[in-house]
Design a protein around this ligand. Sequence first.
Ligand code: MOS
Length: 737
Amino acid sequence: MTALDQPARLDPVVGRPLDRVDGPDKVTGAARYPAEFGFDRLAHAVVVQSTVAAGRIGGIDTRAAEAEPGVLAVITHANAPVLQAAPSSVMGPAPPAPLQDREVRHHGQHLAVVVAETFEQATAAAALVRVDYQVEAPLLRLDDPRARTVAHPEVPDLDRGAVEAGLAAADMLVEATYTTPTEHHNPMALFATTAVWDGDALTVYDTTQWPVNVRTVLAATFGLPEARVRVLAPFVGGAFGAGLRAWPHVVLAALAARQVDRPVRLVLSRAQMFTSVGYRPATVQRVRLGASGDGTLTAISHQVTEPTAIGDDHRENPVRATPVLYACPNVSTRFRQVRLNLPTPTWMRGPGEAQGVFALESALDELAAKLRIDPLELRLRNLPERHPQSGKEWASNALRACYERGAARFGWSARSPEPGSMRDGRDLVGWGMASAYYPYVHRPAEASARITADGRVVVASSTTDIGTGTGTVMSQIAADALGLPVDRVRFELGDTRLPPAPQQGGSGTTAAVGTAVHAACLALLRAFVDLVDDDPASPLRGARHAGVTAAAGRLSRSDDPGQGEPYGEILRRHGRSELSAHGHGAVRQDASHLAPGIFGAKFAEVRVDPDLGVVRVQRLVAAVDGGRIVNQKTAESQVIGGTVGGIGMALLEESLTDPGSGRIVNATYADYLVPVNADVLPVEVLFVGDPDPMNPIGAKGVAEIAIVGVAPAVANAVFHATGRRLRSLPITLDQLL
Ligand code: MOS
């Protein structure tokens, strides 16, 4: 139901646990992913990657590869055209264009691309490309004295109050170093790009979370107007942040297609995924906490160092939650990056916060143990009633409810405080918890809505759906705004010809695109009012001032709900087959006095085998304040997925780089461990909190908060089970023996 002068009432469809609208397409195989678009004369491209981490290309011998059957082209720095540098986006610079010089900056850098009739021919020929390197000693370690340490200009040093004085005044101190490893996103689907030129017009099917950005990068790289580039991403088989940049292989696919004048498909191999689409950078984190005897925090100092690339850039902020989660007067944060001969890191689920909150929440647990205060009680004593940095009132903040309801569901009050004091048979039992925060971000977006005389609506935006359920929740929002059953709404997405949308990232899509969809639907209602306002045949005549209500497929007068008519009736009488409208989901202008934020509390139970050191996460409760939950089922599914990622971060995931060569040695699904079903026992998700006032949907987001806090909750549970404080992820059984 909707009145024109106020936000839509989002019922009865919003909030319901609807099955995802694209589910049948996915399970029947009708869904087509970027590697599945076939074309006449489709050729296949395979990248050749550097086998050293630093130096220069002395020469590349492509003759043997070119002589192979089916080979159409071998493109290297020696014969590649000059490509233009792409502009920076709101998320930072674009990756440098490939094949533009002889420099080798990391192991796995693309040095050539082989194009052939078949994928197998291209793969075989790629193995025959010979590269002579002038090898240099690579910079691979954070503590290498030759490496350059930089402060990221967009993550300034933060000093609130006087941290040293706060530490000096404390009754109890915790001072410790925590580390987290390199991790890879490992989406199920290999990233792929299919590129098709038609004259100087380029169409690309790409694995991306941001088609508009891929269009910008490709247009700039090839010197084309953006209108000549179309990027489609109708389905994406997982991304988790890896799809937020237009990586060099995307450019290579388009370059290869232009060079051979045929459609070209480029699919990265699983091993190539480890060096081509980013990763979560490892961190070294120094945390100092001070507190008075009653647990009141007097100081927090948090310093994080992580690697970044040479010749490219990555911005995340592992210390962003630190000044926000607790009402501490004295806080100091530092973030430094060290330029190494590694592939460029990128955003990975809860980027920054996932690592930073591990250290912060582990340190809080250490403080609680030293003070002999219950870890949950320690958090409650330092709850931030207002935003601790800005002093602003929270737009919405149900952190207390996350703690209390999560604890109640978990049964936290039955926890016996002494480490090692709880057992189940031989197994040591541990209960741990942690807080979680992620910033709410609202970005401008646009959407369109079109209704036809049969009462069916198509809503559209160029956003993607990387598996989150975006298509489903947008259909729900449109259905309620227009007063239609959800099965009358179809949401089109993943195509730059549709209205522009921001990146599907940072937990912001439901809020941003949802607001645009909502605006488009309201604009559509206004267009109907324009049609009937002076229509003597309409019961809605003159209803502009009274307002209209959309419900049950009809528009009716708000001042006399019995007076109304169906959309189709209005269209037919006015000789129209359809009516359409456009909506801008602008950022709310009058909300600068409010501090938004997404919150959570995670509770974990582990069982540790005292002889073998095997850790099993027995159960997990995630209490999440993500604002209004548009779809209970898809949101819960996202939180479960992020929780599984958090279990992986805590116990399994770690990409290992050979310290001599810079090669990632476990770049396979066999050697890079992720949780499987047997590792994931019940995960309970509680959504708490109210609709947020920052956007008309009331949604904040759940994607990142899902993983933040899981690893420290598990690590804290391991401490509680064993008395062993493990500060280096992943926690493996050798550390517990
Ligand atoms: Mo998420 S790391 O913003 O895809």
